[in-house]
Design a protein around this ligand. Structure first.
Ligand SMILES: NC(=O)c1ccc[n+]([C@@H]2O[C@H](COP(=O)([O-])OP(=O)(O)OC[C@H]3O[C@@H](n4cnc5c(N)ncnc54)[C@H](OP(=O)(O)O)[C@@H]3O)[C@@H](O)[C@H]2O)c1
Length: 340
């Protein structure tokens, strides 16, 4: 009975970084009930979420009917789609080859379809959603924002081609209840690209090596600490706006912060895209991320879009704490890089 008045937020990817943070943040507010979606309700991460008080429900992003069922009664939805799992999974690589495409484009196609499935399913519950009830994780449209220069930055366009570009013309009522949340570089991304973040030099120092202007400001997000606070703050804003979650900092300053935290000496070197690809063991991954760094240099990770930030919500009287890059790094263990 006590739950009758609660607003229900359905969180996609609830066992992952973004969705997990969002689920945990809304669970702290007794006004909300949280339904977390996963493919496997008995995984340790799903069980841990259930222990925190979430209802954990099975759904598959590739199966629109499962999403329609899981969205029943939703007052809010937090949407996040997946590029890197269909990109890296060996069976997906095999499938891409079978289809005669490359794994980067294959993962684009999967993520676009996942996004469309989410939008199609969310449209069936648009009447129960609150005014700002469709909170979607996305990125800028590289193809459009670069005026055609970046044609194949797939993991950006696979989000933007749906949120907002598919939703707006197809579901105007849903679009009217949507907020687009762009997420900055995760401060944990060095786990995917250790050789570019922390290249050990012969003298024992480190070099960060990206095809990105050292002084260009790019956004960085402590995904596990801050995505929940950010989405929770956005939910208190009027609908129809677009945001960037994260702290803007240049990569030169990111490297300096890492040096202060670890006591190691590190410099930043701008390299070419080809150099980054050569230095990345998985070549398609190297190409996809090299394009991202080059795009982050010009026109910028946010594509030059005017996006609202945490400080804008703070100005509107809404609490939106953001962890700085240095704080975020200071909570991590870098000993495996330092002792190599
Ligand atoms: N790394 C970065 O710097 C960065 C920056 C900005 C944006 N991003 C984007 O962030 C996204 C990933 O978000 P994340 O880090 O939160 O993900 P994550 O931690 O890898 O978690 C993935 C979540 O999605 C669920 N999931 C995956 N495939 C699914 C499917 N087919 N059906 C249903 N659920 C599925 C997983 O649930 P189960 O496994 O429990 O089913 C899990 O909860 C990517 O699209 C990436 O491009 C990354």
């Amino acid at each position: 009975m006590a739950d009758v008045q609660k607003k229900l937020i359905v969180v996609l990817g609830a066992t992952g970084n973004q969705g997990g943070a969002v689920a945990r943040r809304f669970l702290q507010d007794p006004q909300y009930a949280v339904r977390g979606l996963t493919r496997n309700v008995s995984s340790p991460a799903a069980q841990a979420l259930a222990e925190l008080g979430a209802e954990v429900v099975a759904a598959e992003l590739d199966d629109v009917e499962s999403l329609k069922k899981a969205f029943k009664g939703a007052n809010l939805i937090y949407s996040v789609t997946q590029y890197w799992e269909p990109f890296f999974r060996p069976d997906c690589r095999a499938k891409a080859e079978e289809l005669g495409t490359n794994c980067r484009k294959y993962a684009y196609d999967v993520e676009v379809q996942q996004g469309k499935n989410i939008a199609d399913a969310a449209a069936t519950v648009v009447d129960t959603l609150v005014d700002n009830g469709f909170l979607v994780s996305t990125l800028s449209n590289a193809r459009k924002c670069s005026k055609g220069k970046f044609q194949d930055l797939y993991h950006f366009d696979s989000k933007a081609d749906v949120f907002p570009d598919y939703v707006v013309p197809n579901y105007p009522e849903l679009a009217a209840k949507m907020s687009c949340i762009h997420t900055g570089f995760f401060t944990t991304s060095h786990n995917i690209l250790p050789d570019s973040y922390f290249a050990k030099q012969p003298d024992g120092s480190f070099q960060m090596r990206f095809p990105c202007n050292p002084d260009k400001l790019v956004p960085h997000l402590d995904v596990n600490r801050d995505t929940g606070n950010f989405a929770y703050a956005v939910s208190q804003m009027p609908p129809g706006k677009a945001y960037m979650a994260g702290q803007y900092l240049s990569f030169r300053d990111w490297a300096a912060a890492w040096g202060r935290v670890t006591g190691a000496t590190i410099t930043y070197k701008e390299v070419t895209m080809d150099e980054m690809v050569a230095e990345t063991p998985d070549k398609p991954c190297g190409r996809e991320v090299a394009l991202m760094f080059a795009y982050s240099s010009d026109p910028g990770y946010d594509g030059g879009m005017e996006l609202l930030k945490a400080e804008d919500m703070e100005k509107a009287g809404i609490d939106c704490p953001i962890t700085t890059v240095e704080e975020s790094l200071s909570k991590m263990d870098f000993s495996k890089y330092l002792s190599k």
